[in-house]
Design a protein around this ligand. Structure first.
Ligand SMILES: Nc1ncnc2c1ncn2[C@@H]1O[C@H](COP(=O)(O)OP(=O)(O)OP(=O)(O)O)[C@@H](O)[C@H]1O
Ligand SMILES: [Mg+2]
Length: 878
């Protein structure tokens, strides 16, 4: 038995619906306001929180506690003990401690500011996505925010809603629910109001309970709130499926692993090398720790956040709202885009063009019945019903249809769902009641046994479907969308799906769904960006083909849902890969195609706005929808377009790739130069009688460099770098590090030689071993400063070479230019200030700078040559 389910849910699951109301003392017309208040006091409110992740305290903690700060702190404590507490009065020196504390403060503040900004963005998003619920209070159905729900409330659900709390159903009409958000499983389940005979093992199988956060795909129902807030399965998070997208984490993990592998090899080597040569194992341990820190690009999360945040802000200016910031990455690496048809390839408004009898002559009766069917439909709002209802306001039709509606009150309905592909309503008529069914031509005809023409009934024989197609096919091939309308006089008062049989075919509704002029060029543009579009529609094959052909989309092989189901597991990946147009798909099949594409190694985007697109949107790496879509679709999408237009997407993709390219730049360049540094340290520690740089200097260098890198999100990206989808993984990181890292080590060693054998002996008046301890200290300080500066100069300047594929380089954006150059000047100046002296840096003579210039020039030249070679070999740099 599943213990995450609230006991109240378990108790009620085995009770009949009426017994549930009695058990909870809920009147049949809902709670009164006082009862609601009482329940709130007793069982708590439906607080919609987003978990611990959002409190300021949590973010403060995250900003202050991380490996970088922990090691700094450790160093500070050790320095406090050895330099201050244990030191004699004479040699007491607190500068190291103070400096480390300043560094702690600095990095903590930068992180915290970033974290706060991220929190503001997510708060803003949860504002955008607040939910309203239909609740029965004091005997009245009213709209309330989801947070106002209490245990015992009677709630109404309909297609498109998100479930606002954990509910026990007491009434369900073909209620289909997707639980993918809490179970990760995308199957669409039917829920009923019946009592369970026994308690299921896990919560996903509670047939009569719907859980907070799930979406209603079809049908309608009523339920009683059993658990709110923290008591719900999802723990009151109403989670937008933020954690579901793991493409981003996968990429980030693979990068982290590359770095960890490097560290696992290098850090022990440093430890042993330093320990053996210096004999001081404790110092060696500390130094190895700093090296470990030095190897991680610790500003990584911040640079990534800044890149993503900047990208999403830029997209907002381009009519695209990025709800899940991690999906930005998907935008950068997306190489297949699946789209639906209506609104994407065709215009925003579908028009009802003709209403025809079975032989194709205009028939007003068809429109009248269709009007009732649409008027009484409670499913998710859709293009077709909207087009039919528009007739209700046409002059000449408005009065007539209004009157017709009054004569035929609604008795019951079976809402439209994408598996039946038809919708039914039961209305009152003079003599007996009337069942009206409207839906896909094939599905409706399958349920017909008669046709009516000019008032006369004829049997709908075996060739009936052929005659129907003789009338309909021509219109389908012209790209018109066709629905069939059928009816049956009945004596029923309520409907079940079983009643949709022995119908009398009345006629057709023909909709005009014109291709959008801009769609063809948008698809070409996406192709130019190496994003291949595939059309996934539930509509009929001939309509889809006709529209795609007019838009220049390859229709050579078209796969229907039925054909898809017949493919073997071996054929499926190949066929899905090859086809560009898929028609007559069920929601599940749309999702299946997305998954097959993912298994084929693609990063898949899905653009759709219907409930039938929901499973696919959830499954896709980037789920894209429009702001006019049903609520649960909007909630599940990662990205919302303010305009359903493929052209909007093109801009988004470019922004995504930009953000992505800048992120990769930082990771690769920083990791490779850090790797080079560590490599040099290993060599230096073996040959030198002292540390080539103190731990504090190493950390400071690292911190300063990383702070400069915070400007990278504002860098320009070369056109070519964005021409293709970019891969987010550590696959090529190791290669890049191993290639460019040692080049910098080569120059480091050159510098070591210059400092150790020439410059320092010259200034101090002798080689290191021959000097007095006082002079030795000066020697070390000169040496360390010399390397500090060389390291910093090369590290910063190399950024300019490696940030672009162009040889030798392309112009960076002005902020990047400004920040890096002023960074170099400032940090060089630091050496000459008392502040520099505090961490053991000292002024260097002009001779050194002459050498430095020569080294830097040589280094840049060599890297240019190396870059050319690398590009010839691997084709891409970053
Ligand atoms: N409101 C409705 N009432 C009756 N039948 C409908 C309704 N909506 C859709 N259908 C039927 O279901 C079929 C599939 O629906 P639809 O064309 O909307 O699929 P889709 O995949 O959303 O298409 P698109 O790619 O154009 O968005 C339609 O061809 C039509 O026959
Ligand atoms: Mg649709």
């Amino acid at each position: 038995m599943d213990s995450s389910v609230h006991p109240r849910i378990r108790q009620c699951a085995v009770l009949e619906a009426d017994a549930v109301c009695d058990h909870l003392h809920v009147p049949s017309d809902g709670l009164s306001t006082e009862q609601a208040e009482k329940s709130r006091a007793q069982f708590g409110s439906n607080a919609v929180s987003s978990g611990t992740a959002d409190t300021v305290g949590f973010r403060l903690r995250r900003a202050l506690i991380n490996p970088f700060t922990v090691i700094l702190f450790l160093l500070a404590v050790i320095s406090l003990v050895t330099d201050v507490v244990l030191a004699s009065n004479f040699s007491r020196n607190a500068t190291t401690v103070i400096i480390i504390c300043c560094m702690l403060l600095l990095s903590g503040t930068v992180r915290f500011v970033q974290e706060l900004r991220a929190k503001r963005i997510s708060d803003h998003l949860s504002d955008l996505t607040h939910t309203e619920v239909t609740v029965c209070r004091d005997g009245q159905w009213i709209g309330l925010p989801a947070s106002a729900l209490v245990v015992g409330d009677l709630v109404r659900l309909s297609a498109g809603d998100r479930v606002p709390a954990d509910l026990r159903l007491i009434q369900a009409n073909d209620l289909f629910v997707s639980q993918s958000i809490i179970t990760g499983e995308s199957a669409v389940l039917e829920k009923t109001a019946q009592a369970l005979s026994h308690l299921p093992r896990d919560y996903a199988s509670y047939q009569n309970t719907v859980f907070q956060g799930c979406s209603v795909i079809g049908g309608s129902g009523q339920g009683i709130v059993l658990a709110v807030g923290q008591d719900t399965i999802s723990g009151g998070t109403m989670q937008a499926p933020l954690w579901r997208k793991n493409g981003f984490d996968r990429g980030a993990n693979s990068i982290a692993w590359v770095l960890i592998r490097f560290m696992a090899v290098l850090v022990p080597i440093v430890f042993v090398a330093v320990g053996l040569t210096k004999g001081d194992w404790f110092a060696a341990f500390l130094f190895a720790l700093s090296v470990a820190v030095g190897l991680t690009p610790e500003m990584l999360p911040m640079v990534i956040n800044a890149c993503l945040a900047k990208g999403s802000a830029a997209m907002e200016g381009k009519q695209t709202i990025v709800k899940n910031i991690n999906a930005m990455q998907g935008f950068g690496s997306m190489d297949v885009l699946c789209v639906d048809k209506t609104g994407t390839l065709t215009g925003d408004t579908v028009l009802l063009e003709y209403y025809l009898d079975v032989l194709g002559n205009e028939s007003e009766r068809v429109l009248e019945l269709a009007y009732l069917s649409s008027r009484y439909a409670t499913g998710v709002e859709n293009h077709l019903d909207r087009a039919i209802l528009r007739y209700g306001s046409f002059p000449g039709w408005d009065a007539r249809l209004g009157e017709f509606q009054v004569q035929h009150p609604k008795l019951d309905e079976l809402p439209f769902d994408y598996n039946r592909r038809c919708s039914s309503v039961l209305v009152g008529d003079e003599a007996c009641n009337l069942l009206i069914v409207k839906g896909s031509v094939d599905e409706v005809c399958r349920r017909c046994s008669q046709v009516v023409h000019r008032g006369a009934l004829h049997p709908f024989g075996a060739d009936g479907l052929n005659s129907v197609h003789a009338v309909v096919d021509e219109m389908l091939e012209d790209g018109m969308k066709v629905l069939a309308v059928a009816y049956r006089p009945v004596t029923l008062q309520a409907l079940t799906a079983n009643d949709e049989r022995d119908l009398i075919l009345l006629g057709y509704l023909v909709f005009f769904d014109a291709p959008k002029a801009s769609a063809a060029s948008a698809i070409d543009k996406l192709n130019a960006l190496h994003v291949h579009s595939k059309v996934l529609t539930g509509d009929q094959k001939s309509v889809a083909v006709s529209i795609c052909r007019r838009l220049g989309i390859d229709t050579a092989s078209v796969l229907t849902g039925e054909a898809l189901d017949q493919l073997t597991d071996n054929e499926l990946p190949v066929c899905v890969e090859r086809c560009t147009v898929f028609a007559e798909l069920s929601p599940k099949q749309k999702m299946r195609i997305v998954q097959v594409l993912q298994d084929n190694g693609h990063t898949v985007g899905f653009l759709g706005d219907g409930m039938n697109d929901l499973p696919a949107i959830t499954a896709a790496d980037v789920g894209i929808s429009v702001d006019t879509a049903a609520e649960s679709v909007r909630e599940c999408a990662d990205v919302l377009l303010l305009k359903k237009d493929l052209n909007v997407l093109e801009a988004g993709i470019l922004e995504g790739r930009n953000a992505f390219a800048n992120m990769t730049k930082y990771i690769k360049i920083t990791a490779s130069s850090n790797f080079g540094n560590i490599f040099s340290i290993v060599i230096a520690s073996v040959f030198l009688p002292f540390f080539p740089m103190t731990s504090v200097q190493l950390l400071l260098l690292n911190l300063l460099y990383d702070m400069l890198c915070l400007v990278l999100p504002w860098d320009k990206v070369d056109g070519e770098a964005c021409a293709r989808p970019l891969e987010w993984s550590g696959r090529t990181l190791g290669r890049f590090m191993r290639f460019f890292g040692p080049i910098s080590s080569f120059f480091d060693i050159l510098t070591f030689g210059f400092l150790f054998f020439w410059l320092c002996p010259q200034i101090c008046g002798g080689s290191f071993s021959a000097l007095s301890p006082e002079a030795q200290r000066q020697f070390v300080s000169l040496f360390q400063t010399g390397w500090f500066l060389e390291s910093m100069w090369t590290q910063i300047l190399i950024l300019h070479l490696l940030r672009t594929q162009k040889v030798p380089l392309s112009r960076p954006s002005r902020p990047v230019m400004l920040v890096t150059l002023s960074g170099i000047v400032l940090f060089t100046a630091l050496v000459f200030t008392p502040l520099g002296a505090l961490i053991g840096l000292t002024a260097l003579p002009l001779r050194y700078f002459a050498f430095l210039t020569a080294v830097v020039v040589l280094y840049l030249l060599l890297v240019t040559v190396a870059k050319t070679w690398y590009l010839r070999r691997y084709y891409t740099l970053l």
